[in-house]
Design a protein around this ligand. Structure first.
Ligand SMILES: Nc1ncnc2c1ncn2[C@@H]1O[C@H](COP(=O)(O)OP(=O)(O)O)[C@@H](O)[C@H]1O
Ligand SMILES: [Mg+2]
Length: 259
């Protein structure tokens, strides 16, 4: 079966052509803390993300990966510290330039095409421009034949591809992904990773969590290793897998740190 993801067209598609806005990066977090029910869950998180590499946020279950991503994307408000999109122009809405994909896709009870159309509408894309963008992104994610199907009738892997297609259509400068393949089989995981790689190749800044070491090795340029709500290190991937700086990361790499 022909797979548009593994056999990309040589012609630059509309989605790839369309990023013209100035950068909102770098993203900087300074002393960010987050509490729930009187307990500190994220401690003094300080780091900067510049344009370029694929960052994988790695750590065992409960390390604080999802909370960190939600703090970056503005879904949670820190109890202390600051989150800033330093490149954002005054008055601009940084949310229009970023997207987030979750482990379990959140889809509207509408058709596949309508799910993407709605996202484009929220991004102020004119109605007449939407069909071409929708068709292009459905072709590129292998979902064209489902355009008129109810989104909720898709398989788990197809739903996740739709979540990615929806994000892709809006051409985010930054894409946050929270364990996007954790519920998927190997074939769907491969397809989703290919979409992520293609988006990265077109200039989208990838920031993704995983607890899966093999996936981190496949995708990462840089690793942020979290443990018990602390950022233990932010290290180029080669260096991290060769010689991690923190004892906790060394233990995790040896399979000794599960919780
Ligand atoms: N709303 C909440 N109330 C209480 N504890 C929470 C809440 N959200 C997350 N936690 C706890 O914070 C820790 C980090 O959570 P999370 O970021 O989801 O971890 P990860 O994504 O690395 O598995 C976990 O121990 C989790 O149980
Ligand atoms: Mg999580």
């Amino acid at each position: 079966m022909s797979d548009p993801i593994t056999q990309p067209s040589t012609e630059a598609p509309p989605v790839a052509r369309r990023r013209t806005t100035p950068s909102i990066l770098p993203l900087s977090l300074e002393g960010v803390c987050f509490d729930a029910r009187g307990k500190r869950l994220i401690h003094d998180l300080t780091f900067t993300l510049d344009a370029g590499p694929r960052t994988i946020i790695l750590g065992p279950n409960g390390a604080g990966k999802s909370l960190t991503l939600r703090l970056c994307h503005g879904l949670l408000t820190p109890v202390g510290g600051h989150v800033a999109w330093e490149g954002a122009a005054p008055g601009a809405d940084p949310l229009k330039h970023q997207a987030m994909v979750f482990q379990r896709p959140v889809l509207l009870r509408r058709t596949v095409a309508q799910n993407i159309d709605y996202a484009l509408k929220l991004h102020d894309v004119a109605r007449r421009d939407r069909p071409a963008l929708i068709e292009d992104v459905l072709n590129r994610t292998g979902l064209a034949r489902f355009a008129k199907s109810p989104a909720r009738h898709l398989s788990g892997g197809e739903q996740q591809k739709l979540a990615l297609a929806r994000a892709w259509a809006t051409k985010p400068e930054v894409l946050f992904l929270d364990e996007p393949t954790a519920s998927l089989d190997p074939a769907a995981t491969h397809a989703v990773e290919n979409i992520i790689q293609t988006m990265h190749g077109e200039g989208t800044r990838i920031v993704m969590t995983t607890h899966d070491l093999a996936q981190a090795r496949r995708l990462a340029d840089e690793i942020m290793f979290l443990h018990k709500g602390h950022l233990m290190e932010k290290t180029p991937a080669d260096e991290f897998f060769d010689a991690p700086r923190s004892g906790e990361a060394a233990a995790f790499l040896k399979g000794e740190l599960r919780w």
